[in-house]
Design a protein around this ligand. Structure first.
Ligand code: NAD
Length: 416
């Protein structure tokens, strides 16, 4: 990883940019620049061929002043402690901007799940929980899925935690399958939240969405649901989507449901009928009304920011835009919906899942959607108001709101 694209350095730089505007005292600033607690472990896992492999794993609890830690577990071959630190920082700002009574945390394992059997994944999931269970729990820190982790992996993790505890604790992990206490509406919540804030941005900035082109980079959980819901709820026309191997494009429009079916049955978008192949770089530069970066960090950098072709960039991925690129997009008038607001639908429904688990009483889908809509709309409006009052970008407005709340909680606790 190039040091200038180190996600943790980027997260710290983003905080530094608003510290002055918020007149944060130096000690609070120092506290909020770094994780308060981090743990790493080497996980020995038996592989199907009889060998044992050691996997490096992390859990970072960035700040828990506002409540127990909350954050997904990412399995990725290029996972690093600094990526996990950055993601944990962004979780802290995310729960805060949504005014959810939780802190921020994140986990990661350096592994390539694409090359692992189901049995190997299950043993890795259980090993992770055995290593970190002492620091996890409904009053401590609650994990969830992220890149390349799934509801099935959450189910194994919950089972391992309950086996160690000798008790049922469904709320120890969110993003579970529905029969094990998962919330209805969790699977598309991240994209749905992004779609709600895109709708609000369209209204606030007077940008027509219905019938307008959209493109999606990254075609997993967040990206697939963005395509489906962009079409269904906003009337956007999907013109391009991509995954790690490249994408497909048709200016007249592509059918979101067919794209999802094709990708899920073929494992790739290559060969999708009636579409041209397109690279990820080309997709980012298409003239579209809404672009959804929904893959990984650092997709939009100073190298391509001047050519990004959208009016609204709804950051479903965490950290897709570097600070330098952000400046260029702002100067060009692109409306950037910052990641920790745009993708907060996932953690919001995870929070709903915890609430339902705690009450042992489950909501119907309509209730989940309606509560999510209310919260996302309110969060957008609060951020928009901060921006209007301070003449700052949406990202800086979201940071100002979120950081001020965490700083206040630290102060009330007597930490600073
Ligand atoms: P996923 O594992 O379901 O999908 C990831 C997708 O990105 C895959 O289609 C993969 O092929 C693609 N991809 C990987 N590298 C790529 C590249 N270089 N170029 C283009 N595509 C690439 O993951 P997900 O859950 O959809 O997460 C995607 C992003 O959204 C991540 O940044 C994640 O942190 C963020 N996010 C996810 C959730 C959630 O609830 N799933 C919540 C908040 C944020």
């Amino acid at each position: 990883m190039q040091e200038k694209y180190n996600p943790f350095k980027i997260a710290q730089e983003q905080l530094d940019q608003v510290a002055g505007k918020l007149e944060l005292d130096p000690i609070t600033h120092q506290l909020l620049r770094n994780p308060m607690h981090e743990i790493s472990a080497a996980l020995p896992v038996k592989m199907d061929d009889g060998s044992t492999k050691i996997f490096q794993a992390f859990r970072v609890q960035y700040n828990m002043a506002r409540g127990p830690g909350k954050g997904g577990i990412r399995w990725h071959p290029h996972e690093t402690i600094d990526t996990v630190r950055a993601l944990a920082a962004w979780m802290t700002w995310k729960t805060s901007v949504m005014d959810i009574p939780l802190g921020g945390a994140k986990g990661g394992v350096v592994c390539n799940p694409k090359e692992m059997s189901s049995g190997e994944k299950e043993r890795l999931a259980r090993a992770y929980i055995r290593a970190f269970s002492g620091s996890l729990g409904i009053t401590k820190d609650i994990p969830a899925p992220d890149v390349y982790t799934t509801p099935q992996i959450m189910a194994w993790m919950m089972d391992e935690y309950e086996t160690i505890a000798g008790q049922c604790h469904p709320g120890v992990i969110t993003g579970k399958p529905i029969p094990l206490g998962g919330s209805r509406g969790r699977s598309d919540a991240t994209a749905r939240g992004g779609i709600y804030v895109t709708r609000e941005a369209g209204r606030a900035f007077d940008i027509t969405l219905i019938g307008s082109p959209m493109a999606v980079m990254g075609f997993g959980n967040a990206g697939q649901n963005a395509a489906l819901l962009g079409e269904e709820l906003l009337g956007l026309k999907v013109v391009a989507v991509s995954d790690s191997k490249g994408g497909v494009y048709n200016s007249k429009g592509l059918d979101a449901k067919q794209l999802v079916e094709y990708k899920n049955s073929n494992g790739t978008l290559k060969g999708f009928p009636n579409a041209e192949e397109i690279t990820n770089e080309e997709l980012l530069e298409l003239e579209v009304t809404v672009l959804f970066p929904a893959a990984l960090e650092n997709a939009i950098t100073e190298d391509n920011a001047s050519r990004i072709g959208c009016k609204i960039c709804c950051e479903l991925a965490n950290g897709p835009t570097t600070p330098k690129a952000d400046e260029v997009l702002n100067a060009r008038g692109v409306v950037v919906l910052p990641d920790f607001l745009a993708n907060a639908g996932g953690v919001t429904v995870s929070y709903f899942e915890q609430v339902q688990n705690a009450n042992n009483f489950y909501w119907d889908l309509q209730e989940v959607h309606s509560r999510l809509n209310t919260r996302m709309t309110a969060a957008f409006q609060s951020v928009f108001d901060v921006c209007a009052n301070n003449e700052v970008s949406l990202r800086q407005g979201a940071y100002m709101l979120a950081v001020a709340r965490v700083a206040e909680a630290c102060k009330l606790r007597g930490w600073v």
